[in-house]
Design a protein around this ligand. Structure first.
Ligand SMILES: CC(C)(COP(=O)(O)OP(=O)(O)OC[C@H]1O[C@@H](n2cnc3c(N)ncnc32)[C@H](O)[C@@H]1OP(=O)(O)O)[C@@H](O)C(=O)NCCC(=O)NCCS
Length: 180
C-alpha cells in the first residue's frame, strides 16, 4: 500500500490528449474484471479510434468522464452520462468505475463518484443510477458511502463464460433547491 497523500492525486476531466492512456486503463479494467462491466474486453480491443474518442466523453452537456491522476499516470476513472430523451432526461448513470489495484482502499473511487455527482448537480440531474454485480462488496461499499441506495436486483444481468451474474441496482436522488 502506497503512502502517497491524497492531495497529490488530481481528479480531472478527460482531454483529447488522454486518449491512449485512457484506452489502456479501460482495457486493463475490462480484462482484469470481466464481471464488473457490461462491456467486453475482446470486443473493446477491436473498437476503432472513434469509439474511444466517444468514450472519452469530452462533450460536457450529455456526459463526462473523470480521471484520477498521480504524477502524470492515470490511476482511476469514472464516468457519468445522462439519458437524452424528453422523458428520461432527468436521470443519469454512473459508468466505468475503476481504480488500479495498487491504489485501492484510499477512497479514490469515492472521490471520482462525488465528482460525477457534482457534475450531475450542475447539470440539474434529478436521479443518478448504477448497476453493480451483487458480489462486488468493495464497489457496493463505495457507492453506499456516496449515498446510493439499493432499489432492486436485476437477475441474470450478465452472462460471462457460462455463468450468470445478478446485478444490484442502486440510485441516489439529488435534491435541488426549488426555483423561484
Ligand atoms: C470497486 C473499486 C472501484 C473501489 O475503489 P477504491 O478506490 O479502492 O474504493 P474505496 O477505497 O472506497 O474502498 C472500498 C472498499 O473496498 C475495500 N478495500 C479496502 N482496501 C482495499 C484494497 N486494497 N483492495 C481492494 N478492496 C479494498 C474496503 O471494504 C473499502 O471500504 P472501506 O474503506 O469503507 O472499508 C475498485 O476496487 C476497483 O476498481 N475494482 C475493480 C473494478 C470494479 O469492480 N469496478 C466497479 C464496477 S460496478
Amino acid at each position: 500500500m502506497t503512502s502517497t497523500p491524497l492531495e497529490e492525486i488530481i481528479i480531472r476531466h478527460t482531454t483529447p490528449e488522454d486518449l491512449p492512456a485512457f484506452r489502456e486503463l479501460r482495457l486493463k479494467a475490462l480484462k482484469d474484471h470481466p464481471t464488473a462491466y457490461g462491456s467486453d474486453y475482446e470486443e473493446a480491443l477491436l473498437k476503432p479510434l472513434s469509439y474511444w474518442e466517444g468514450r472519452l466523453a469530452i462533450i460536457e452537456k450529455e456526459q463526462a468522464m473523470f480521471l484520477a491522476e498521480h504524477n502524470g499516470q492515470l490511476i482511476g476513472m469514472t464516468g457519468i452520462f445522462r439519458n437524452m430523451t424528453k422523458k428520461n432526461h432527468h436521470s443519469a448513470s454512473i459508468i466505468s468505475v475503476y481504480v488500479r489495484p495498487e491504489w485501492r482502499g484510499k477512497h479514490i473511487a469515492e472521490a471520482l463518484i462525488r465528482t460525477c455527482l457534482d457534475w450531475a448537480i450542475k447539470h440539474e440531474v434529478v436521479i443518478v443510477k448504477l448497476a453493480v454485480v451483487t458480489s462486488n462488496a468493495s464497489a457496493i461499499r463505495s457507492y453506499e458511502r456516496c449515498g446510493f441506495k439499493l432499489y432492486g436486483t436485476d437477475p441474470k444481468a450478465l452472462y460471462i463464460d457460462g455463468v450468470y451474474y445478478d446485478e444490484h441496482l442502486m440510485a441516489l436522488e439529488i435534491l435541488h433547491p426549488k426555483k423561484e
